[in-house]
Design a protein around this ligand. Structure first.
Ligand code: ADP
Ligand code: MG
Length: 421
């Protein structure tokens, strides 16, 4: 099937109300509509969903969308229904459906109104569903959060490994599109290999965030005073401070409050009501600062977060990138300040010591990259982007002077020598 440029833009407007494609979307969609395997790597917020939603709505048959989180799927499905209820529907197929609901979904698919069928990989394995889906027209299969297929990603899900075989049973030459925000070359290789799409055309957006300033400071006994000073210099601005433990989150939030800084704590140990109250206080700017574990941030879209501080260094550069990425979403200033001590690396190593050997090896390799980043004297932006398989011109690239090493070249940080309690 061929679609003209005009078709594509008209469809974008019709189904989503948008006037322009974002980034690489148009090329991705064209490639998929031509029936080719496609691989999309874009940072979070880059607009990956539309890369499969629009072609699904434009084509005959049903697109199968594999996604790991049912809550996430529900969100997406509801969003589509809100946009264009008359142009086809999206359904979720999962273990929570009653027999009657499953029957309804099947009828909608058979009558051709279901344009997208969201499934968790563990549901797709069910023989009953495979048999049924073999008998209907599948436009393509989209695998969202495709890094889940790789042990080198941050969210390995073994069920993703079955996808290639199942899709093979659904029909011949069903085009596949894999999408992820994890861009490390290792994960990338795992994805195309395990999905069986080594021939896929790759669409990779840049991961550079030119407005973010990266800084690493040695973590000393004065860290609390350092943080207080930094926050006071940025009074009135929104910021997130990440800590490794819940205990530290609560303690630091209290220290900040005592020092006249408006801050709330956030971690998964609070009940849902408390969590959403603290989150709202931050979003509504009743407080400047949220001190949090990594439980905070997923799906939070506050455009004007002006700083992200890491009280403790994260366990991978991937996490560091995701967490710092919450600063400066609006394109404005975003200061990313990480405190680093080798002692914290040893702590993280210790956490892993109970895990299976293979997992430990991967975990340690990821940690070594973090050490490299923290101790480097080169452009931190170049280091991060290199980690994501991207070349960065540290002289002329966008944001080239936006890190401590480039702006004020200094001697290498030897955090091993710093004293930390
Ligand atoms: P990702 O999955 O890559 O993290 P999403 O698919 O959730 O990103 O999209 C992020 C945001 O971008 C959404 O709010 C979406 O509506 C918006 N968006 C996507 N494509 C466009 C577009 N062409 N024009 C305007 N907004 C878009
Ligand atoms: Mg997404």
């Amino acid at each position: 099937m061929s679609h003209s440029k005009i078709d594509l833009h008209a469809s974008l407007k019709k189904f989503f109300g948008f006037n322009k494609f974002k980034g690489l979307q148009e090329g991705v969609i064209n490639n998929l509509l031509q029936g080719n395997n496609t691989f999309v790597i874009m940072p979070t917020g880059g607009g990956k969903s539309l890369c499969y939603q629009l072609p699904a709505l434009m084509q005959e048959g049903t697109a199968i969308v594999v996604s790991p989180l049912i809550a996430l799927m529900k969100n997406q499905v509801d969003a589509i229904r809100g946009i264009s209820p008359d142009y086809g529907v999206a359904h979720v197929l999962n273990s929570s459906l009653t027999k009657t609901q499953v029957k309804e979904v099947k009828e909608d698919i058979l009558s051709g109104v279901t344009k997208m069928l969201y499934v968790a990989p563990e549901s797709l394995i069910k023989e009953e569903y495979v048999e049924f889906l073999r008998s209907v027209k599948i436009s393509f299969v989209a695998v969202d959060e495709a890094h889940c297929i790789s042990e080198w990603g941050h969210d390995f899900r073994p069920e993703y490994r079955n996808l290639k075989a199942i899709v093979g049973r659904l029909g011949d030459n069903i085009p596949m599109i894999g999408l992820t925000a994890t861009a490390t070359p290792k994960v990338q290789e795992d994805i195309v290999k395990n999905l069986g799409i080594t021939d896929a055309k790759l669409f990779k957006a840049s991961f550079n965030r030119p407005n973010l300033f990266y800084e690493v400071r040695p973590k000393t006994q004065n860290i609390e005073a350092d943080i207080i000073r930094f926050v006071k210099q940025n009074v009135g601005k929104s910021g997130i401070i990440y800590c490794l433990s819940r205990k530290k989150v609560e303690a630091l939030a209290q220290v900040l409050q005592v020092n006249g800084i408006s801050a709330v704590p956030y971690h998964a140990g609070f009940d849902a009501k408390t969590r959403s109250r603290y989150q709202d206080m931050f979003l509504m700017e009743e407080v400047d600062v949220v001190v949090a574990t990594i439980a905070f941030g997923m799906g939070i879209d506050k455009p004007d977060v002006r700083f992200v501080i890491h009280n403790d260094i994260p366990k991978s550069l991937e996490s560091y990138y995701q967490e710092t990425g919450r600063a400066g979403r609006d394109g404005g200033e975003g200061h990313c300040l990480a405190f680093y001590s080798y002692k914290d690396i040893e702590k993280l190593e210790k956490f892993m010591s109970g895990k299976p050997v293979a997992e430990q090896e991967i975990g340690n390799a990821l940690l070594q990259e973090v050490v490299g980043f923290a101790e480097t004297s080169m452009s931190r932006r170049k280091f991060i982007l290199h980690y994501f398989g991207e070349d960065f011109d540290e002289v002329n690239g966008e944001g080239a002077d936006m890190d401590d090493n480039t702006r004020t070249p200094k001697e290498k940080v030897e955090a091993k020598e710093n004293v930390v309690k």
